[in-house]
Design a protein. Sequence first.
Length: 674
Amino acid sequence: MISLDGLNPEQRSAAETVTGPVLILAGAGSGKTRTITYRIAHMLENLHLPGHQILAVSFTNKAAAEMQERVKKLVPQSKLRKGLTMSTFHSLGIRILREDIHHLGYNNLFTIYDSADQMSIIREALKNFRANKAFDRGMVQSKISWLKNKGISPDEFVSSEFYDPENPYDTAVEMVYPFYQDKLRFYNALDFDDILFLVVKLFEANPDVAKKYSDRWRYLMVDEYQDTNGLQFRFIQGLTSTHNNICVVGDDDQSIYAFRGADISNILNFEHRFPGAKVIKLEENYRSFEPILTLANRVIQENPNRKDKTMRTSQVGGAKPFLWSAADADHEAAVVVEDIIERQKDGVHLGEVAILYRSNTQIPPFEDQLRLNQVPYNIIGGQKFYEKKEIKDLIAYLTVIMNPRDELGLRRILNTPNRGIGTVTLEKYLKVSSETKSPLFNVIENEAPLNKRAELSTFTELIRDMKQIFETQSLAEGVKELIRRTDYMAFVEKSYDNTKFAQRKKEDVENFINSAQRFMDRMGPDATLRNFVERLLLADSHDVKSGGGDEERHEVTLMTLHSSKGLEYDFVYLVGMEEELLPHKKTIQENGDIGEERRLCYVGITRARKRLVMTHAKQRKLYGRDVPRHPSRFVVSHDEAMTVQDRTEFNGMTEEEIETVKDDFLADLIKSLN
């Protein structure tokens, strides 16, 4: 027997209710995974239900694997070998299609095409149908993917509400989508979106097939139900066509993936779609101290369209969350990193510290401060700024300008942007360099051209000129001139088919210029090219790790709010808490769902266990000019739940230093009065 005595009353009720529709509203930090695994163990060990009748579905392989590991610790292996299925939606979809896709006219030996294969077909389609206009293949592919996740076939697109005949991309998709699907069928191939799209089509066109799988899995569990889309709901309907034993687990307050197609109405309307459903609320939070949870509750309760619940905790005490005002983005990063260093002196483990932000564009000032102070860090869900291709290109230019003998840097930039210097030409110069024992740059500069089309004299002249410019102009002006002389922005634009992606890359280049300006502001007369390059190339101790990959991290974690869902840290810095960042400018301008932005804020707050610091800047540099900023509407009305401090008044001093200043001021005041 499996004992359920370790569960709280609500968790136990959820574990023991195994028949009929069940909605488990699992608030942040409420022990959701523990509840699910005990429920499965209870079904197998205490109720002796056949394992092959139980199906648990999650969104990621990691979540499915974690669930499986936890169940293994509770249930004998003999029970687990009897067909218990724990899977992601897509893995389950492939399993079903391998068995029954022949009903749709496919062979079950289908292959799954990756993005490069998909782009190849779209390129062919656009070549056939293009009418005097160049279309971004990425945008066409994205629209087809979006339509599939809405369950809309090529035949249905034109008559759907999502078709705009005035939109040239919609008219392109009208032609490309059927061609694309016909090609996939001809190759007996599917793309990633086809997996669920075709399963739903299979179930709805062949109810007997849906019945077969519904009879096979008599007990269905779905994790993170708030993240399901319309297609996944229809998939679930097929799996429950012969019974009503469905248990879904989720939290409408943490529904933050509408941009991926998630439909919050699936969880909000669960009782309507599954009449007689039992609703169980897990409202005991085991993660955060009471002051953090108080703020989280007050923020999320302002959302009108939500399930009523209030998280509580037995972890009383702890400091109120802080809201710090900073002068600008650089000052914001400086005070956060200063505070992290103070925490570290107090014995805080850096692996328990996270910096969360709404947009990746907020990263550079924090990276600069962390590198400057030699604080190890790790960026989740994105490259480190100084590891991006475009930034490494520019750093290579700077190293060669400073030191033309730097052959690795030289080889990186020799044909970036394109100067007609191919591998064959380079090999010839390398051979001469080796034979004459001369630096490669000198060989290129002095030898007769080995390729008439190569623009080698222009390149060496550029390097010599830029050396003079950096000696006579400021660091930031030199970087700007380098980008102008190489026409690097145009090179970036031509390098990527996706215009939005190219724009992000160009913003990275702009941020590199800003980084040089920040270095000048900080270093004054010492902001030379050599000092800047040495700082950029300084090997961080955390970049070289010993031992295996499973060892504990000793570095600050940086990530977007979207990436932080499901994680938790002792110390959280939620930065950029201001209008047009959170809520995001695009949501405000397009009258989007402010409720989802508020849920994103709630997710960020509830990542913190012991200490939460939120920051906002009074101004930020946007498109080269300082623009005033205002605190986020999500926190501005909750002063009583926060400790509000203007950090610009104290120039980034620690709390202890601030208190000392205040005490000294008070003592001087009393003395003067006496």
